[in-house]
Design a protein around this ligand. Structure first.
Ligand code: ZN
Ligand code: ZN
Length: 418
């Protein structure tokens, strides 16, 4: 075991922090990996070095016995109480498409879909991917009563819709039947306060559909025997919350490097700057080295950086333990440049929830976590994995404690008491 005592200009002075979240990292022992988890079986010389120099442990992002979604888990890891600031997925998804969501807005996740004779033929409009800007442009500046609407296309058939105006509420159901060959569900308000919202939303969808029918892109798609994008399916209504910015909460300027819209959205609602100067995709394949370079660039400008990698979660959902292990191998190689940031930067690596391959979904199992940097008191763990970190010096912590612990380790916590 290497014992390292850092020599630095001023202890903890000017230290920065980077939080690396590997989505769905945690797993269970896999038969295909001879009883190891993908992380345990992966070749992780970088993460093992970081574990050896640093302190490790286990964390439950939201709480013991709770299976987190990615959005709520990230909010908790940024130190926010998801039960207070999570108001549905809509506002976070909308924020991630660069739609500037304001507190009080009602936001929806939206699919561009194909409808024929009142029946949803395809929920994804033939997986439309090109030319959707025309749809975005055509659906701008639609005002219904005193409510402004903002529509923004995302990747492929995905889009976001925001209603902005007085007297709106988020207690409305969506119209997505979730299967093809059925009529859209009728939109209903589940509270008296949301009656106006339901009325506006229904009218908007009708109006949008009429406009979409007339667009060149659909004329072209039909002539090419492709399904037209002539209907909007909305779901996940949420009222954009008031969230104290990361900077005012912690006194740190923060940037986010992520591919997936939801993660950019969560970071952006928390007031982080989004660094899009990379080729990461938010899935697989992706360009991990370019994300790591972007994160290092962000760290030159800002005091805190959040780097997100999504693929680990996808491979858990797909029950692909070998590929999950190989993807972790790739991550480990990609993050090697982070070793040069030590000791001036505190590096924290963890996941947002476990996505065990055999469950094909998220689970309530805790995540391994490591923190390495100048002010850290190293423990005796020399390997980053679900089981080795059970013996770590951080013990078992809550997700909402991660940033406060990081702040303590970079000398940014004020004394409580005299
Ligand atoms: Zn996740
Ligand atoms: Zn997932």
């Amino acid at each position: 075991m290497v014992v390292k005592i850092y020599k630095f200009k001023g202890f903890l002075e000017g230290m920065k922090g980077i939080l690396v979240i590997l989505d769905g990292l945690g797993d269970l022992p896999c038969k295909q990996l001879k009883g190891k988890t993908p992380l345990e079986a992966a070749k992780t010389s970088t993460m093992d070095k970081l574990a050896q120099m640093g302190i490790t442990g286990q964390q439950h992002t939201i709480g013991r016995g709770i299976t987190p979604g990615s959005d709520t888990a990230h909010l908790a890891l940024f130190g926010y109480n998801p039960y207070e600031v999570y108001t549905g997925r809509g506002p976070y998804e909308a924020s991630g498409t660069d739609l500037p969501v304001k507190p009080g807005d009602i936001a929806f996740r939206t699919n561009m879909a194909t409808i024929k004779d009142g029946i949803i033929v395809d929920r994804r409009a033939g997986r439309i991917s090109k030319g959707t800007e025309e749809i975005e442009k055509a659906l701008q500046n639609i005002t219904i009563e005193d409510v402004e609407t903002i529509f923004k296309v995302g990747i492929d058939h995905r889009a976001a819709l925001v209603l902005r105006g007085p007297g709106l509420a988020s207690e409305v159901t969506g119209n997505d039947p979730k299967v093809e060959g059925k009529r859209p569900k009728s939109i209903i308000s589940t509270s008296p306060e949301a009656e106006k919202t339901a009325r506006i939303l229904k009218q908007y969808i009708r109006q949008a559909s009429e406009i979409m029918e007339t667009l060149k892109i659909n004329e072209k798609r039909i002539s090419e025997d492709k399904l037209p994008a002539n209907y909007l399916l909305v779901r996940g209504a949420g009222k954009a919350p008031h969230v104290e910015s990361f900077q005012s909460k912690y006194g740190l300027t923060a940037e986010c490097v992520a591919g997936g819209g939801l993660y950019k959205g969560v970071a952006s609602i928390c007031g982080m700057k989004i660094n899009n100067d990379h080729q990461g995709t938010g899935g697989i394949p992706t360009d991990l080295p370019s994300k790591v370079r972007a994160a290092i660039k962000s760290l030159e400008r800002s005091q805190f950086v959040f780097l997100h990698v999504k693929g680990t979660d996808n491979l858990g959902h797909d029950n692909k333990p070998i590929q999950k292990m190989e993807f972790i191998d790739e991550i480990d190689i990609a993050i090697e440049p982070f070793l040069d940031l030590i000791p001036e930067t505190l590096i924290c690596i963890t996941g947002d929830h476990s996505t065990p391959c055999m469950m094909r979904d998220h689970s309530s199992d805790p995540l391994p976590i490591l923190m390495t940097g100048e002010g850290v008191r190293p423990d005796q763990v020399t390997e980053f994995g679900e089981r080795p970190t059970m013996r770590g010096g951080l013990g078992h912590i809550d997700g909402q404690q991660v940033i406060p612990i990081m702040l303590g380790l970079i000398g940014r916590v004020h004394k409580f008491g005299a």
